[in-house]
Design a protein around this ligand. Structure first.
Ligand code: NIG
Ligand code: FE
Length: 411
């Protein structure tokens, strides 16, 4: 099957010599081709270039993209979309003055979601997560990482991970799964959380591994949640079973989370609202992708992660949605792209790299998605008629995506 997309006003995010990620000054480099074509063969990108160089138009399917731009689909490297209930009552509590930590302390927050999620069946959870997945796909997301973490018991965590496995099997999206048993401390373990950490290590991790359910292992390493010591123990155990760390760090406080993540070779450390110079220094020269979650900082009114400072220090930066019911109830990556520019002062070029190639890296798939390169999956979207690629972050809140293709097939 050969598909030709022709008359593309501008083909954005092309790479002739593909890189696995972009860091520092490279983040400002975004190659494009005006008046371009793109050829897809058997689900992969086979060729692209200026229309003037298109030799023949023979294809099983021809799509005319006149007036429209084509972009690689977004990669969303941090989400928690398998959950049962929304939490708008806590949202109102927060407006009235309660903090996220105060709500969590009295059994709300993650524990509130865990209760409802435990009561839901695997089929119900699958249906709800599938709906969310399809919604973000239509807004331009082509690859996504999904965490467990609203189970907090062995049985429930396995149930969530099996839902993610089903999503992998049935959705055209590229999906990676992340075991986040250490997301919250269940009430009955308050005061002796090391016993919950033992449960995660001795019971959950071996069972998750036995079914091959997780690509990554995560811990919410932060003030009021899991300590650096808890995190180190859990990551060590996960690594033994072949799960690569990818962790939540420095949302509430400068918690040592970045350092412990880097020490254990995390593929990414995420959140980073609280960053000192030591954290930036520690990330230099490592394989770890610093990942900012603009939706969470927006929703909770948190301080902004110093994205510019990190880029100027030569680091790569990725930006993901954190789609979850408590701190970021949206998986709209077009909005994340806008926030990257408006709130974090990234240029449109940097913001596009942060939400495509670098997030692909942060979920270990930048060799197959994240840019328009020959041999990569044909994952791209065609915009509505728009003037330029800068219009994408500029016109925030508006859906600029008209058609989405994953593996070369329109979804
Ligand atoms: O990434 N920070 C920890 N976990 C989620 C929030 C989960 C929740 O409140 O339900 C996050 O923000
Ligand atoms: Fe998260």
């Amino acid at each position: 099957m050969r598909t030709l997309i022709k008359n593309i006003k501008e083909l954005v995010g092309v790479e002739k010599a593909p890189q696995l990620r972009k860091q520092g000054k490279e983040m400002a480099v975004l190659e494009t081709i005006k008046d371009a074509y793109l050829i897809v063969e058997d689900g992969k990108i086979a060729a692209f270039g200026p229309m003037a160089e298109l030799k023949e138009e023979n294809a099983d399917r021809v799509v005319d993209a006149a007036e429209r731009l084509v972009f690689p689909t977004f990669c969303d490297s941090h989400t928690h979309i398998v959950y049962a209930n929304s939490r708008e009552h806590e949202f109102v509590d927060k407006i009235r003055g309660l903090s996220y930590e105060e709500i969590a302390k009295r059994g709300g927050g993650i524990l509130n979601s865990a209760k409802a999620t435990a009561a839901a069946s695997e089929d119900e959870l699958y249906d709800m997560a599938r709906q969310r997945l399809d919604d973000v796909m239509r807004m331009g997301t082509g690859a996504i990482e999904i965490k467990s973490g609203y189970g907090l018991s062995t049985e429930s965590e396995l149930k969530l991970l099996r839902v993610i496995r089903r999503l992998k099997e049935t959705s055209p999206m590229t999906i990676k799964s992340n075991f986040l048993g250490a997301h919250g401390i269940p009430m009955e373990y308050r005061g002796h959380q090391e016993d919950y950490v033992d449960l995660v290590i001795n019971e959950m991790i071996p069972k998750v591994a036995a079914e091959g359910l997780a690509d990554f292992i995560d811990v919410f390493c932060d003030q009021g949640f899991f300590t650096v010591e808890d995190t180190a123990r859990i990551l060590e155990a996960g690594i033994k079973y072949g799960m690569r760390p990818k962790i939540h760090a420095n949302e509430m406080a400068v918690s040592g989370g970045v350092q412990v993540g880097v020490k254990y070779g995390a593929i990414s450390v995420d959140h980073l609202e609280q960053m000192g110079d030591a954290e930036i220094e520690c990330l230099k020269g490592t394989e770890t992708m610093p990942t900012i979650l603009p939706g969470c900082a927006f929703f909770l009114n948190l301080p902004l992660s110093p994205a510019r400072k990190m880029i100027e220090a030569g680091l790569p930066v990725a930006m993901a949605s954190d789609y979850n019911p408590g701190t970021s109830p949206s998986g709209n990556m077009q909005l994340i792209l806008s926030m990257a520019c408006i709130r974090y002062r990234l240029t449109p070029e940097e913001a596009l790299n942060a939400t495509t190639l670098n997030t692909a890296y942060a979920m270990g798939v930048s060799n197959e998605v994240g840019s328009i390169a020959v041999g990569k999956k044909a994952n791209f979207y065609i915009t509505k008629p728009i003037a330029s690629y800068e219009y994408m972050p500029y016109a925030y809140g508006e859906n600029k995506v008209e058609r989405v293709f994953l593996n070369g097939i329109e979804v």
